[in-house]
Ligand binder design. Structure first.
Ligand code: C5P
Length: 210
């Protein structure tokens, strides 16, 4: 079974995907990490995420080894990831890594922006997880604060909206729900309630397919 989980920044898709993977005994890939990995490597070399040729080169030979999770989660790397994600050559290079992961025997859970639309259009279950920009900005602010990065709510909200606009406005694989995706709005929901809803959707789709 392939489960595709897409949605904007801090909608809860990472938490939901991990919980689904554990529940159904499937491997999980956070595909945003690949884009963040490219951004991280560029920044570490003093290169701009807008340098298209450099970003493509990094993506083609991407190794995630030696990059700490925390280093990938910073606001700077996240913003740069969204810039490199608009680069078609980068998307092409990362496509194969994601596709190979999805096609392993038994299936997988992948979360990102274009899993249901581009990477795995044949996924058995597609979830599109969203939440209001205000709630997502608050969640992200708390997440960054827990890592020692203090950003005001106003700045976080502006960054969230800017990222949404860039991710959904790009020409290649823009962020949008697949036509056959199930919408899950996590605004005001606890983690447990959001995960329960996601599991219910997966179980319903599976039983409907027999
Ligand atoms: O999900 P996360 O915030 O870690 O992703 C970072 C950036 O990577 C996103 O803003 C988006 O631009 C890009 N991304 C993407 N396609 C994916 C996953 C992430 O374009 N499947």
């Amino acid at each position: 079974m392939i489960i595709a989980v897409d949605g904007p920044l801090a909608a809860g898709k990472g938490t939901i995907s991990k919980a689904l993977a554990a529940h159904y005994g499937l491997p999980h890939m956070d595909t945003g990490k690949l884009y963040r990995g490219v951004a991280y490597r560029l920044l570490a070399q003093g290169l701009s995420p807008h340098d298209q040729a450099a970003a493509a080169g990094v993506a083609k030979s991407l190794s995630m080894q030696g990059i700490e999770d925390e280093a990938l989660r910073t606001a700077e790397v996240g913003a740069a990831a969204s810039v490199v994600a608009a680069n078609q050559a980068v998307r092409q290079a990362l496509f194969h890594l994601q596709r190979d992961f999805a096609l392993q025997p038994g299936g997988a859970v992948l979360d990102g922006r274009d899993i249901g639309t581009v990477v795995c259009p044949e996924a058995d279950v597609k979830l599109y997880v969203s939440a209001s920009p205000e709630e997502r900005a608050r969640r992200r602010q708390a997440e960054l604060s827990a890592m020692g990065e203090e950003i005001s709510y106003e700045t976080m909200l502006a960054q969230t909206i800017e990222r949404d606009t860039r991710d959904s406005g790009r020409a290649d694989a823009p962020l949008r729900p697949a036509e056959d995706s199930h919408l899950l709005d996590t605004t005001g929901l606890s983690i447990e309630a959001a995960v329960d809803k996601a599991r219910l959707i997966v179980d319903q789709v599976r039983s409907a397919k027999g």
